[in-house]
Design a protein around this ligand. Sequence first.
Ligand SMILES: Cc1ncc(COP(=O)(O)O)c(C=O)c1O
Length: 212
Amino acid sequence: MISPSVSALVDGEVYVPGLPADYLVDTYGIPADQISKLGSAENPHGTSPLARRAVEQVLDRMSIYPEWTSRQLREVIARRYGVTPESVVCGSGETEVIALVIRAYAGPGEPVLMHAPCFPLYRIFATMENRKPVYVPMGKDFNLEMDHYLEALASRPKIAFLTSPHNPSGQLVSEADVRRVCEAAHENTLVVLDEAYIHYSETEGSVHLLRN
Ligand SMILES: Cc1ncc(COP(=O)(O)O)c(C=O)c1O
């Protein structure tokens, strides 16, 4: 029997991640070298030698907690993007940051705007935290219907998620549209531009708008 507190954790929609490459090899007999695993923003070029070296350097310190605000990493990211370290938040993947953003910026019952379909965790976390997902349906050709999205902003959601490249369609949101959304959003609406897949797009994305 599942206790009520455990059932609260397992009820509702469960996130279904992409299949691991090993599973495809074992189940479908697809050769490992013919699989490009990109479904969860993996690096198609394999582990970066720089990341490997950085991990090797801390192997002897794995028994202790790291600096808990990821200060060094935030400083490096801040230098790379020309912002202050105080404006950078690190998480255990962007997934954790999405959960924190929803909890911090939307109160119980308050609306959180997103496309339908979109990265399911916006909806799952909003629902789990008793916030209210509000959807802008994509068009029949799977277009992002940005005019409808702008209209939906008029209802003043607490958070407006925008994904570029969009998951699952892969479409980029143009910088002009990102600007239109930021300009149309009420001052109490937090616009979240999720660029988890921007490195596949061969563009710099819109992070530079933060400096404007
Ligand atoms: C649009 C989008 N945002 C965020 C994430 C989560 O990223 P992370 O793996 O860093 O938690 C994903 C992962 O698939 C995604 O598709």
